[in-house]
Design a protein around this ligand. Sequence first.
Ligand code: NAX
Length: 331
Amino acid sequence: AKEPVRVLVTGAAGQIGYALVPMIARGVMLGADQPVILHMLDIPPASEALNGVKMELVDAAFPLLKGVVATTDAVEACTGVNIAVMVGGFPRKEGMERKDVMSKNVSIYKAQASALEKHAAANCKVLVVANPANTNALILKEFAPSISEKNITCLTRLDHNRALGQISERLNVPVSEVKNVIIWGNHSSTQYPDVNHATVKTPSGEKPVRQLVNDDAWLNAEFITTVQQRGAAIIKARKLSSALSAASSACDHIRDWVLGTPEGTWVSMGVYSDGSYNVPAGLIYSFPVTCRNGEWQIVQGLQIDGFSRKKLDSTAEELTEEKALAYSCLS
Ligand code: NAX
């Protein structure tokens, strides 16, 4: 039998946490044959609710779940973890300045970076979900210098999956037949959902999405804004932000990273830029990646047309500004 993998979920008493921990305990993230021990962290005001989640995990009697640590102590939470899914953060409240929200999250991610660096298992893989996701991940990277930059990522898989969903609905094909969309850049409304390399499996072979949709005006405008604004549309409808789709996408992100992407398929992940596609190095930026043997690699050599170039650059500019704002919160 396999040794259990320890998975940390921060912000585990929140709404994404509530959807995510049962998925992990069911094997959705790491496979139906992989036992897990869940580590759940939240802050003292949520400690009673966190304990309630722990009670429900016990009550659900998940065969793969070999233990639960529920705590408000970051060191205890981080000790020995192999995978860390960082969902906890300070939300933007009405009337708050961007700088104030950034400052709160910078101090949270700085502290949790140190706890992970000192106490997580060697080669721990980190996924940051909490917003501003790319910049929180960058702060975590800066303050956990002994964790390889290859092991620190942020979630743009939800945006990627939303793009697949929109194409599937438009063409009336199963979403499983659509692949290789790309989310470039920031997990924010400046992200660029790109279908220029996306394909659909049809009875007569793989066809480009552009050819099948046959409506560049829609693909270059409404499709892009629908994906960019989808989070706001969910809030409007549910009066709460995306949770089940965020949790499911976080499982997709880790599963593909650990177990590999299928041959011929790439996914979007926020990763540390090495300057590929002329994106400034040193940002956490969403790229198309393939994964093998537990490592991601940026897909190289894709053609970037003039329309796309502008969009890749403007989301990079926003991330450069966010980085500067985050650094200004440190001094
Ligand atoms: P909730 O407010 O329901 O839950 C957040 C939880 O984090 C709370 O229980 C809170 O007590 C806890 N928390 C706060 N500070 C903490 C700290 N220092 N250490 C540990 N826990 C802490 O928010 P939820 O809807 O679950 O969303 C969580 C985060 O995901 C938010 O930042 C949200 O903006 C972000 N999202 C990111 C997405 C992405 O695709 N990257 C999509 C979904 C989501 O909007």
